[in-house]
Design a protein. Structure first.
Length: 398
């Protein structure tokens, strides 16, 4: 048979989704599975968004402009302007999810063989997007002991080579929940300006910042040509399946290049843009309510985890993820065992092994990522399952 491409062989399986067959099998056996493996909130999508889709009066589902509907981009300028990011509609390109924004950024700004520096652990799909673009990920390791704080700038400097083209961050961070402050962002800005690099900032969780103000790299001055934001409505409005994102930059050359890729895929989804416009009309207190709910979930999760013998979980400053170290031999084996061989009161818990969030071999074997996207009662039961599992797991470390 014809051969699979090298790219196809190198593309990693998602650590978030690779255990799905085991979860499906558990459910078929009648076991309840608490999904903490994926950032799929159970918070109801706002009715105003659903109503806008249901009551649209369009008669033909047409292509939009490749950059997205101008009416939507104009409304986004007001959204960004509300927290100090002044951009025009022409500096925003609407994408099919934040994923396409990341991929378009890589494709437009980086050549095959170029290097991007990313603090690890990082969102696992950055690896996939890098492979698709022929780009090498160079990790700078952060540690659980200090809550996954940004590594020293000297650690970034040491990784820069003639092939380095960009630094990638996610703020607030997925998978760690760490929230970069403005001082850290300014340090990164200085290094990309000094070395003529791009700073790609994935800001999917911007609204869910618990220990500091709502920030964007584009609030910084003096680096317009270096800064590229990747954004999405998925987490912000509990609308993951809408697949609507945006790439935002003041760099006209980047916008022109990204537009070519946007034209090649024709246009972003019509109904998602209708949903996105409606979302921007939500009342101002929408985020206050959802943010408070996530904080309650975070507090419960972190408290329960740190009360378990041998478990450590730093308190996340944002997003809705936490990384925890467990007294286990291997996180991949443990997470599969939970689904194949364990249940507590008819239920088990599904988590993401942390190995898939590191580029450095051997890291993350005693860590897992948990998404606190379930209601408090479900979270409590999931923690009951985890606590019981750790007491009987055959590969438990003393």
């Amino acid at each position: 048979m014809p051969a699979i491409s090298q790219r196809g062989h190198e593309m990693p399986a998602s650590p978030i989704r690779k255990l799905v067959p085991y979860a499906d099998a558990a459910k078929k056996r009648g076991t309840k599975v608490y999904h903490l493996n994926i950032g799929q909130p159970d918070i109801v999508t706002p009715s105003a968004i659903m109503d806008a889709i249901k009551h649209t009066d369009i008669e033909v589902i047409e292509y939009s402009h490749s950059a997205g509907n101008e009416s939507y981009r104009q409304k986004l300028t007001k959204y960004y302007g509300a927290f100090g990011v002044n951009v025009s509609a022409n500096e925003i390109i609407i994408t099919t999810g934040g994923s396409e924004a990341i991929l378009f950024g890589f494709l437009a700004c980086l050549n095959p063989g170029d290097e991007v520096i990313i603090p690890e652990p990082f969102y696992a799909n950055y690896n996939g997007f890098a492979i698709a673009a022929g780009v090498k990920v160079v990790p700078v390791t952060s540690g659980i002991a200090d809550g996954f704080a940004l590594p020293p700038i000297s650690a970034f400097e040491e990784k820069i080579t003639p092939l380095t083209r960009a630094i990638v961050i996610c703020n607030p961070n997925n998978p760690t929940g760490y929230l970069y402050g403005m001082e850290e962002l300014e340090s990164l800005k200085d290094i990309v300006v000094k070395h003529n690099l791009y700073l790609f900032s994935d800001e999917a969780y911007r609204e869910f910042s618990y220990t500091g103000p709502l920030l964007s790299v584009m609030q910084m001055q003096g680096a317009d040509d270096n800064l590229v934001v990747m954004d999405t409505i998925s987490k912000r409005y509990s609308a993951c399946g809408a697949r609507l994102g945006a790439l935002v930059t003041k760099n006209k050359a980047v916008l022109d290049a990204v537009m070519k890729f946007a034209q090649a895929r024709l246009s972003p989804p019509t109904f998602a843009q209708i949903a996105g416009e409606a979302a921007l009309d939500l009342p101002a207190d929408y985020f206050a309510t959802t943010k408070a709910e996530y904080q309650r979930r975070r507090d419960l999760l972190v408290s329960r985890l740190n009360a378990m013998p041998g478990v450590f979980c730093p308190n996340p400053g944002g997003a809705f993820y936490a990384m925890a170290s467990l007294p286990i031999d291997d996180s991949d084996r443990f997470c599969q065992w939970l689904l194949e061989s364990f249940e507590h009161e008819g239920a088990t818990v599904m988590m993401a092994p942390a190995t898939g969030f590191y580029a450095s071999a051997g890291l993350g074997k005693q860590e897992v990522r948990l998404a606190y996207v379930l209601n408090l009662a479900a979270l409590n039961k999931a923690m009951d399952c985890l606590e019981a599992a750790l007491q009987v797991y055959p590969g438990r470390n003393a």
